[in-house]
Design a binder for this molecule. Structure first.
Ligand code: PPS
Length: 278
């Protein structure tokens, strides 16, 4: 089982991200019109990707996360015609520098870390490509220690929040999308300079509901190398519950206190994370 995970620059990656690929990312050739979809895992990546592809209609290609695959991945991306929509779970410091130099547009989506932890726990349990987890209690500890794929939620969030004022980065929250998707979608169209009618926005929002996305049979059993999550092609693993506040069904009061203690300590200086504790 140990072979499912390896460490790179202190962060756990699955073996689906080869060390050679990770080492070569620094040299990756970004294009000015690339759009990055950035997230810590289980924060709404597929949801955002679904909205974005519908906004662009057929004019774009969405890839699997840049850090998934072996060294041939880079060539594959090089050969892809524009416009490329590229997801990634990398923290800011590991992002290929060319994306930063070329001021590519990036959308960072985040989610209450308590719900993110619960979502990740179920994903670990149900996905044979991830290490075996015995209990929620065991996973809870691993999550707080950052001993899970992509490392610490706290470090990831903070590395991106440091760039809050960068004009080329848009910050979105899963909870806002749940509350009022059309408003978030309008924000995205402004950021990406897309001209989409009110009517089309309404339609895109309907088609992006949890139930619609879960039952999108067209995509069923598709090749995992062509889906946003390269760790599964099983849509039931990705589209599990899609709710805000499921942590309340998992956290004990004691776990909640411990989580908030650590959250308050680590996120002391964070402005953007304050809305998360509820
Ligand atoms: S991954 O594997 O890291 O790319 O996963 P990611 O897509 O980031 O996150 C999966 C969670 O997002 C929920 N989801 C949605 N919620 C609401 N509406 C829609 N349309 C939607 N699509 C995906 C999905 O159910 C996972 O959360 P949980 O809490 O596990 O259900």
């Amino acid at each position: 089982e140990a072979e499912l995970i390896h460490m790179f620059k202190g962060i756990p990656f699955t073996t689906r991200s080869s060390p050679e690929l990770l080492k070569s990312l620094d040299a990756f050739d970004a294009r000015e019109d690339d759009v990055l979809l950035v997230s810590y895992p289980k924060s709404g990546t597929h949801w955002l990707a679904g909205v974005i592809t519908k906004l662009y209609d057929t004019q774009v290609t969405i890839t699997s996360p840049i850090e998934f695959g072996d060294i041939s991945k880079l060539e594959e991306l090089n050969n892809l015609s524009s416009k490329r929509i590229i997801p990634t779970h990398l923290d800011y410091n590991m992002l290929p520098p060319n994306f930063k130099n070329k001021k590519c547009k990036m959308i960072y989506i985040s989610r209450n870390p308590k719900d993110t932890a619960v979502s990740m726990y179920h994903y670990y349990r149900d996905n044979p490509n991830l290490p075996t987890i015995d209990t929620w209690t065991a996973f809870f500890d691993l999550f707080l220690k950052g001993n899970v794929v992509c490392g610490s939620w706290f470090d990831h969030f903070l590395s991106w929040e440091e760039h809050e004022d960068d004009k080329n980065i848009l910050f979105l929250f899963y909870e806002d999308m749940k509350k009022d998707l059309p408003t978030v979608v309008k924000k995205i169209t402004l950021f990406l300079s897309l001209n989409v009618s009110e009517k089309d926005i309404q339609e895109i929002c309907q088609k992006s509901s949890f139930s619609e996305m879960k039952s999108d049979t067209e995509k069923e059993n598709s090749d995992p190398s062509h889906t946003v999550c390269a760790l599964t092609s099983n849509r039931n693993l990705i589209f599990r519950k899609g709710a805000v506040g499921d942590w309340k069904n998992h956290f004990t009061p004691k776990q909640n206190r411990r989580f908030e203690e650590i959250f308050n300590e680590k996120m002391k200086l964070s402005k953007m994370a304050q809305g998360f504790i509820y």
